[in-house]
Design a protein around this ligand. Structure first.
Ligand SMILES: *[C@@H]1O[C@H](CO)[C@@H](O)[C@H](O)[C@H]1NC(C)=O
Ligand SMILES: *[C@@H]1O[C@H](CO)[C@@H](O)[C@H](O)[C@H]1NC(C)=O
Ligand SMILES: *[C@@H]1O[C@H](CO)[C@@H](O)[C@H](O)[C@H]1NC(C)=O
Ligand SMILES: *[C@@H]1O[C@H](CO)[C@@H](O)[C@H](O)[C@H]1NC(C)=O
Ligand SMILES: *[C@@H]1O[C@H](CO)[C@@H](O)[C@H](O)[C@H]1NC(C)=O
Ligand SMILES: *[C@@H]1O[C@H](CO)[C@@H](O)[C@H](O)[C@H]1NC(C)=O
Length: 449
């Protein structure tokens, strides 16, 4: 990360007087999970099963602490939200993955640690109708340990554009991104080749097992990162230096993989940013009372949004990596680690009206491509709206429905039509033949004419 710039931007005072925080939308990456790629310390017994990687206890703790941070800021310091859960004020959503749903629950425990109290009613009202049901010994709290359970909304992955960036062309984007000049330049740079060499030698990888691609190297790093957070072992000979350089290149390789150019950044940031604008608008127009929206999601979703907000790009990271002349543009280079978060705050100022600020991992970042960390809401809305892309069209999500309608039904009807035609012809031929057999004389006489 460009530390100098970060300090400079973070220096701007917190909240000006007469400014009222009125709405907040937060999106986070789930907490640390089990390892995902089967590359090190992986055997048939612990082989990851598709996308089933569950949140680990370390990941639960991360999210619980993030929830406490959010509570401190928006419930205690700012008093945007009531201190007890109020279903009219908050809306929590998650992608349909175990690790993101679990992250949202843990986060909410940190946000609302007080639990619900039972009303003063007779004992029988507090039991299910089953015979033998007994009263638990937990005092006035509805649940043990003051647990508060808050609804978490989720969508089927195929319909989840904003949080899961479901898109049918992602595979082909990744495939073509691996063939670009920029990709080759980074992959074949001297320091990258040296890193591969060191990595292969430290891990004793030989022949076709050798790693010589930064995306593959990032997959190994993912495993080591999980191990570091979960207290599991790392390869004995893997040096701190090698790990350090792997960390340095992690975000760059992810950007090169899926968010390599401005078109791709616009595409993947469209659904969530559209949702941000819709929610702010609904609140401003009085169509919604929800003051806080929390979204539990993934690093890919977050990198798409961060790229769409001009907080990073493959190009700016590549320039930094290759020691090219640095302009003063803001450019995040650190990987989006577990529980990283992006928060959009909407303020109302008595004189200047509505404006937006964005926090990344708890620090304000530049907004609207300016040096400052404030942006008038109208300007923010117009800037991001201008870069929206027809997501369903670009991602081949409408065509599928059309294909079903246009092609599937005709195949049915054509078959049915042919069958009817065949039967009709058969019947006519049969009638003709029968007629001929019954009336040979008439046909003879016809011919004789
Ligand atoms: C807040 O705004 C009001 C009027 O808009 C003004 O009179 C007051 O001085 C302001 N307070 C601060 C702390 O700036
Ligand atoms: C979620 O967990 C279940 C087991 O509880 C597993 O079968 C499934 O594959 C997991 N799915 C995802 C998307 O994480
Ligand atoms: C609960 O209700 C009962 C009966 O109405 C009453 O006697 C008692 O004081 C109430 N307890 C509390 C804590 O309000
Ligand atoms: C970039 O600079 C750093 C030190 O400032 C050096 O270690 C590295 O090798 C340089 N990379 C290139 C590609 O010149
Ligand atoms: C913003 O504050 C002004 C008064 O300063 C008020 O009239 C307006 O309704 C507020 N807007 C929102 C969306 O809260
Ligand atoms: C990001 O940068 C592009 C190109 O420089 C610009 O057109 C766009 O408005 C910027 N978007 C935001 C949200 O700052």
């Amino acid at each position: 990360m460009n530390i100098f710039l970060f300090v400079f931007y973070a220096h701007i005072p917190f909240v000006k007087s007469n400014d009222t925080l009125i709405n907040v939308q937060a999106i986070w990456r789930h907490g640390v999970r089990d390892f995902y790629y089967c590359n090190w310390g992986c055997n048939s017994k612990n082989k990851p099963n598709g996308d089933a990687q569950i949140l680990t206890p370390a990941g639960m703790r991360q999210q619980y602490v993030l929830g406490k941070w959010i509570r401190q800021r928006y419930i205690i310091d700012n008093q945007l939200l009531s201190s007890f859960f109020n279903e009219n004020e908050i809306y929590i959503e998650s992608t349909d993955y175990n690790r993101t749903i679990m992250s949202a629950y843990c986060n909410l425990q940190g946000m609302y640690p007080q639990g619900f109290e039972i009303p003063n009613v007779t004992e029988d009202k507090l039991l299910p109708p089953n015979p033998g049901s007994k009263s638990p010994n937990i005092g006035n709290y509805a649940l043990p340990y003051k647990i508060s359970l808050i609804p978490i909304h989720t969508k089927q992955e195929e319909q989840d554009y904003a949080l899961a960036i479901y898109c049918k062309i992602t595979d082909s984007i990744v495939e073509s991104n691996r063939k670009t000049e920029l990709y080759n330049k980074i992959n074949s740079a001297t320091q990258t080749q040296e890193l591969f060499k060191r990595f292969n030698s430290e891990l004793g990888l030989i022949e076709e097992k050798q790693v010589n691609d930064i995306i593959e190297l990032a997959e190994w790093r993912d495993t080591f990162t999980c191990n570091r957070y979960n207290g599991d072992n790392l390869p004995q000979k893997l040096s701190a230096k090698t790990l350090f350089y792997m960390d340095q290149i992690a975000l760059l390789s992810f950007s090169l993989r899926q968010f390599q150019n401005w078109e791709q950044s616009k595409l993947y940031s469209t659904p969530y940013l559209k949702q941000v604008i819709e929610n702010f608008d609904n609140f401003i127009n009085g169509n919604s009372r929800v003051k806080y929206r929390g979204s539990s999601s993934h690093d890919s979703t977050m990198l798409g949004i961060i790229s769409g907000l001009n907080l990073t790009s493959a190009q700016c990271q590549a320039d930094i990596y290759l020691n090219k002349s640095q302009s003063d543009i803001f450019c995040l280079t650190e990987n989006i680690e577990f529980s990283s978060n992006l928060i959009f705050e909407l303020y109302n100022n008595t004189e200047n009206g509505l404006y937006v600020r964005i926090l990344y991992n708890g620090k304000y970042v530049p907004i609207c491509s300016q040096k400052g960390t404030y942006c008038q809401y109208d300007r923010f809305k117009s800037l991001v709206s201008q870069q929206f892309i027809d997501y369903e069209k670009e991602c081949n999500l409408i065509q599928e429905v059309q294909r079903e309608v246009v092609y599937n039904i005709p195949i049915w009807s054509i078959l049915f039509f042919l069958l009817v035609l065949l039967c009709t012809c058969g019947v006519f031929i049969l009638i003709f033949m029968i007629k001929q057999m019954k009336d040979p004389a008439s046909s003879d006489s016809d011919i004789s004419k």
